[in-house]
Design a protein around this ligand. Structure first.
Ligand SMILES: NC(=O)c1ccc[n+]([C@@H]2O[C@H](COP(=O)([O-])OP(=O)(O)OC[C@H]3O[C@@H](n4cnc5c(N)ncnc54)[C@H](OP(=O)(O)O)[C@@H]3O)[C@@H](O)[C@H]2O)c1
Length: 346
């Protein structure tokens, strides 16, 4: 039985965060209450806090933990009390976030975490892999590990060392595609170990030309995990002369004739309407995708076919979150993790 109050990391009016006591919520229809064991940080955490400074919001999207309570209307057998799970919520904007002892999560877009995955690694099975799934399988309906390509074709992943990029590379490779990626040279070995066939330095002024040559001018599909700081121009120039399709993590500029960009938003898969960073009305289709992608990710990890991002576990649990948020914009090739049990005086 969950207590009535808990400790959580809460946003203040000036954009700083503080650990404070808040009520433990009750799961509503379709929801579960999760006792959080570990949290993974994402860029959206520090971006949302900086943009909105939503006083009273609880920080954090990604979580791993155990199901404490199951709300009404959760289909029988979908989740069980005590089950190890991972997923994500819309953190830092609502009074529900993963940097807390308990988080309310939607029951369906939730990954079953096998014992072979620690809570620290499992906490990243939220925004990163769900976004990668959306970029590949919703935006472009590319082959999946369950229905792989019968004939391999090239796919470019811009930002191969990013969290989203690392999952996109692995999913694309498991789906039978020929994977080209960009990264800093210090991450070439990491990106290749995840399944990239060839990796290119995005700092090289000739990078687009080199990718175009390596793909024989036949590149028609790209995932841009970065979608800013010059990547749209690189990705568009690497595509075939006829053009192609780019799935993007951020709103994308016009590039050139024949090139279509499809921006996605991971929050859609939670099946709830929201009004930030834009107005979104929930759809049954998006909700169904969240459920389907959770099943795909659960299947892939149950087969031991997915590697988590390299991680750095901060020392003091919730008390380290403020430092993590400050360090987040400088992170390179790693995921920042907080273990709730490391929080002093909990
Ligand atoms: N729309 C959505 O729903 C959604 C969901 C998730 C993420 N996002 C957004 O997607 C972006 C990536 O998120 P993330 O969590 O994957 O980020 P992340 O792990 O924090 O990304 C850091 C990595 O980005 C790489 N990088 C930076 N600039 C690059 C460039 N110009 N070309 C190639 N790689 C570059 C760096 O690679 P090197 O170390 O190799 O230099 C670095 O390791 C963020 O802007 C995030 O806000 C959006």
């Amino acid at each position: 039985m969950a207590p009535s109050t808990q400790k959580a990391v809460v946003v203040q009016a000036d954009g700083s965060v503080v650990i404070t006591s808040v009520p433990v919520p009750k799961p509503g229809p379709g929801q579960i209450l999760v006792k959080v064991a570990a949290v993974a940080q994402n860029p959206v955490d520090f971006k949302t806090i900086a943009w909105v400074k939503k006083e009273g919001a609880i920080v954090g999207c990604d979580y791993a933990g155990t199901v404490e309570e199951i709300g009404p209307d959760v289909p029988a057998g979908l989740r069980t009390v005590g089950e190890r799970v991972a997923g994500f919520v819309f953190g830092s904007y609502y009074k529900n976030g993963s940097c807390a002892q308990y988080v309310l999560a939607e029951a369906a877009p939730t990954v079953h975490l096998p014992d072979s995955w620690s809570f620290e690694d499992g906490s990243q099975l939220g925004v990163g892999p769900f976004t990668a799934a959306q970029l590949l399988w919703e935006a472009q309906q590319l082959p999946t590990p369950i229905q792989p390509a019968t004939t391999p074709f090239p796919l470019l992943i811009s930002g191969g060392a990013s969290s989203v990029g690392q999952y996109a590379i692995q999913f694309a490779k498991l789906s039978g595609l020929q994977v080209f990626a960009t990264a800093s040279p210090k991450h070439f070995d990491l990106v290749k170990s995840l399944g990239a066939d060839e990796v290119f330095d995005y700092h090289d002024p000739e990078v687009a030309k080199k990718i175009k040559a390596a793909t024989g001018g036949k590149l028609k599909h790209a995932v841009d995990a970065i979608s800013e700081t010059g990547t749209p121009a690189i990705v568009a120039a690497a595509l075939s002369d006829e053009g192609g399709v780019i799935s993007a993590t951020l709103p994308y500029p016009e590039t050139r004739a024949g090139v279509t960009a499809i921006p996605i938003c991971a929050y859609n898969m939670l099946g709830k309407s929201y009004d930030f960073p834009f107005q979104w009305e929930a759809t049954e289709e998006a909700k169904a995708l969240g459920k389907r992608f959770a099943e795909h990710i659960s299947k892939v990890i149950s087969l031991n076919r997915l590697k988590p991002n390299p991680k750095v576990v901060y020392p003091s649990g919730l008390a380290s979150v403020q430092q993590g948020l400050l360090d987040g914009p400088k992170i390179s090739g790693q995921k920042i993790i907080f273990r709730i049990a490391d929080t002093p005086d909990l």
